[in-house]
Write a protein that binds this ligand. Structure first.
Ligand code: HEC
Length: 193
């Protein structure tokens, strides 16, 4: 029994030291311009979701989604986020695949996470990715406004869609309507073209 336990301990030690040596001898690639494997993506995304579920407080937004607040959120997005997450002319960011993992293009493919999740991601950032924490760069109000903008992408009111079109020369893109909110999708499509 004793030698069996010893065997387990030695095996674990060898595995840990092996992993450490693998890393310290430089076998883990450092380049960000590569595509993570399907498996790696799956595990990492599930681990991230689980971690956010465990850590993020279920806050509800103190910011009502008024036209003014959504337009403010749009401006905050353009100035701070568009370079990585995609511009409002509906083009993917040229940096999309320059990060490991690649940056989600949230204008072309709106996120369907609840607001508390988005707010937590924006506030705290995402460790080991290029996603910064915005808790010092943006005020709490600004973080809620950009969160409101992102979570209302598929159902922006007409005045906000008009502002978008005037400022960026194109209408919010139809893919932004593949969110499940039928009411929002209906309203959104009426302003298109
Ligand atoms: C320097 C590039 C960069 C900038 C600037 C940036 N992000 Fe990100 N962001 C990333 C990357 C990379 C990820 C992917 C992390 C991952 O795979 O989970 C990400 C992920 C996210 C997520 C999703 C997290 C999740 O749950 O999957 C949200 C929401 C987000 N960013 C919002 C924003 C907002 C809002 C801003 C501007 C205030 C912003 N980001 C600015 C790089 C950036």
């Amino acid at each position: 029994m004793r030698s069996f336990t010893l065997g387990i301990i030695v095996t674990l030690l060898v595995l840990v030291l092996g992993a450490l040596a693998f890393a310290l001898l430089g076998y883990i690639p450092s380049n960000a311009n590569a595509k993570p494997s399907h498996m790696e993506m799956r595990v990492a995304m599930n681990a991230l979701d689980a971690s956010m579920d465990r850590h993020a407080p279920r806050l509800s937004s103190p910011i009502p989604p008024t036209d003014a607040n959504l337009i403010d959120g749009m401006k905050i997005y353009t100035m701070n986020c568009a370079v990585c997450h995609g511009t409002l002319d509906n083009k993917p960011s040229p940096l999309e695949h320059s990060f490991y993992p690649p940056v989600p293009q949230v204008i072309l493919h709106p996120l369907d996470d609840p607001e508390w999740h988005l707010y937590y991601a924006v506030t705290t950032g995402v460790r080991y990715t290029g996603m910064p924490s915005w808790d010092t760069a943006l005020s709490e109000q600004e973080r809620w406004k950009v969160t409101a903008f992102l979570s209302h992408l598929g159902k922006l009111p007409p005045a906000v869609r008009d502002y978008w079109k005037q400022a960026y020369g194109v209408s919010p893109q139809p893919a932004a309507m593949d969110m499940k909110d039928m009411d929002g999708a209906g309203k959104a499509s009426s302003g298109n073209h």
